[in-house]
Design a protein. Structure first.
Length: 219
């Protein structure tokens, strides 16, 4: 296996609410990183910015609630915004690595200044490829079990995040190894013992890199 390198740009947009303390804020993370997949392990290092404040999340959230027939959420934003810097480093040593199955350990630290939250994650990831005979469609199943620690939380962020054990399940379907669609579920992703669901689309114009569980976890 030859080493593969990928440049990755991520943009995460979160709308966070604290009904008991009567406030909301939007959290945007913009990150660029380089990922290198080597025979013994996968490594990733990156940097970016974190923005916390009012970035239109109220309109998006209440629009979604109205479409679903739910009550709107009327919460104020804090007066002050915050902008912070992000540094990411990740290492995932392989235990099993072949064309169909992968089993690996995972260690990741994301440090943020000002806007928070910083976190350290440790766990074990597995994946399996299902190829359909004489078909351009393939399926890919991924799972993760791990622990997440949040640190350097201020008075706004602290009530919304907590440490805890959680898991992730994700199924990806690809067409000709280029177009992909993924559905996923995370449990306790933010340490609050709640499930989260997602749907992601991907396009791989060159090479072959499936959406990974680490891509949809807390940035």
């Amino acid at each position: 296996m030859h080493a593969k390198r990928w440049w990755i740009f991520d943009l995460y947009y979160n709308v966070l609410t604290n009904k008991s303390a009567n406030y909301r804020f939007d959290l945007i993370t913009s990150r660029i990183s380089v990922e290198k997949d080597m025979p013994g392990a996968l490594y990733q290092i990156g940097t970016g910015f974190v923005f916390r404040g009012n970035y239109g999340g109220e309109l998006i959230q209440n629009g979604y609630h109205q479409l679903g027939g739910y009550s709107i959420i009327d919460l104020p934003y804090p007066e002050h915004t915050a902008i912070g810097w992000l540094f990411l480093i990740k290492a995932e040593p392989y235990l099993i690595n072949n064309n169909l199955q992968i089993l690996k350990l995972s260690f990741c630290n994301a440090y943020r200044t000002a806007a928070g939250p910083s976190n350290f994650q440790a766990g074990i990831n597995t994946s399996y490829q299902f190829d359909i005979n004489n078909s351009p469609i393939s399926l890919h199943a991924q799972g993760r079990l791990g622990y997440i620690w949040y640190y350097y939380l201020d008075n706004l962020v602290d009530p919304l995040f907590d440490k805890g054990l959680g898991y992730t399940l994700m199924i990806t379907g690809t067409y000709r190894n280029r177009y992909g669609i993924s559905i996923w579920r995370t449990e306790n992703q933010y340490g609050q013992h709640n499930p989260h669901y997602g749907l992601s689309f991907s396009l791989k114009p060159k090479g072959r890199r499936l959406l990974r569980i680490s891509d949809i976890m807390v940035p």
